[in-house]
Design a binder for this molecule. Structure first.
Ligand code: ATP
Ligand code: MG
Length: 365
């Protein structure tokens, strides 16, 4: 019998003994797969696909108090956001943004080198997410999951993960074997099953949610379902957090795999659709800007247009390089032409000048 106050050492190994993949699940799986495949094709149209994931913080930045921090390069943007938000006080989506990018790209490099999802990948993603050097939680740690999961006002215990010598190691090994070697289940469904399992094992004292959501993407990339980790699946999960919690609990308590799998397939389908829409909007805008700018500005080129649409903020230096301009006067003249026609605006940081593609910023945020 499951008791939410006792360590759930009876967590079944994978594949789930009671799993049935019925027609309804397969229909949702098909929709999710189709949209994911569409996204993969669409990614190739972008001059710089990683922009999609690198700028996830834009929305959070907008709501932060220091408005001028919006107008910096990505790196500075992230640093600014990080220093403003104390993790335990942060809203879940702001917290997600904090170290998401580092953990994701670090994990992406490592999983390519390792060629599969390994314990090393898992630990590194966790450590980057939490900016920590810890490993799996020790047997004596009293980690539990509480309702609301807020460090400020803890609610009642809803789940106690397995506890004891070796149990985390064993469960994790089983999980990794399942992901890497089980050939009976499609990888997209395996991702969803494994995500439950990872959260139920809860190998770390904190950061399990964020780590698990990054692992989802890395696994899709590793399995060739996603060519780059540009799908921000977390948004859907965070926006439906109450359901997400209930469905995870449903698997533990009633082996309710079906609603869980439907939820995760829906998450993939919707997120892939949104990302596709965003790519379409960016590419349409890119065309429109190109046509408009060429009609107004004699030197405007495709290459330059690519630059403007490869990231929302461009440093003055990059401008110079691409336009092969040496003199500052010419540069300012060129930039002013763009500004006059509303193609970019400029922003002066303490020591640098940035040019901003406002259309792109609008679409990305
Ligand atoms: N009943 C449950 N069984 C298993 N896992 C659960 C259950 N309820 C929630 N979880 C998982 O636990 C995560 C929270 O754990 P933890 O605090 O370690 O992660 P986090 O990354 O710090 O938090 P968050 O996911 O809220 O950002 C949730 O995101 C969810 O994935
Ligand atoms: Mg937490």
């Amino acid at each position: 019998m499951f008791d939410r106050n006792l360590p759930f050492n009876d967590l079944p190994n994978l594949p789930p003994p009671e799993l049935i993949i019925d027609n309804e699940i397969l229909i949702k799986w098909g929709l999710a797969s189709r949209n994911l495949a569409e996204l993969n094709k669409n990614i190739l149209r972008m001059p710089n696909p990683s922009m999609l994931i690198n700028t996830i913080g834009l929305r959070e930045a907008k709501t932060s108090t220091a408005i001028e921090n919006i107008f910096t390069t990505d790196d500075e943007l992230y640093r600014a956001i990080s220093s403003q938000i104390r993790e335990d006080h942060a809203s879940s989506s702001a917290k997600e943004v904090l170290r998401y990018r580092e953990a994701l790209w670090g994990g992406y490099q490592l999983i390519k080198a390792e060629d599969r999802l390994t314990e090393k990948v898992l630990l590194q993603v966790f450590q980057k997410t939490k900016n920590s050097t810890q490993g799996f939680r020790p047997p004596q740690s009293l980690t539990v999951i509480r309702r609301g999961n807020s460090e400020l006002r803890p609610g009642e215990v809803i789940y106690t993960p397995p506890r004891g010598e070796h149990i985390i190691q064993d469960k994790i090994h089983n999980l990794l074997d399942f992901l890497n070697f089980d050939t009976d289940i499609d990888p997209l469904l395996k991702m969803a099953i494994a995500h439950y399992q990872f959260e139920a094992i809860h190998p770390f004292t904190d950061g399990n949610g964020r780590t698990g959501r990054i692992l989802n993407l890395l696994y899709l990339v590793n399995q060739g379902l996603l060519s780059q980790p540009v799908l921000y699946l977390s948004r859907y999960i965070l926006e439906n957090k109450a359901d997400y919690y209930l469905l995870l609990a449903g698997v533990t308590q009633r082996a309710a795999w079906k609603p869980w799998l439907l939820f995760m397939m829906e998450a993939v389908e919707r997120t892939a659709k949104q990302t596709n829409q965003m790519i379409d909007d960016i590419m349409d805008q890119k065309e429109v800007t190109l046509r408009f700018a060429k009609s107004k500005i004699s030197w405007y080129s495709n290459e330059f247009n690519d630059l403007l649409f490869s990231q929302p903020y461009v440093k003055q230096e990059r401008f110079k390089e691409v336009l092969k301009i040496k003199s500052r006067t010419t540069l300012v003249k060129y930039a002013n032409e763009l500004i006059t026609h509303g193609i970019i605006s400029s922003f002066y940081d303490k020591k640098e000048v940035y040019y901003i593609n406002n259309d792109l910023v609008r679409i990305l945020s």
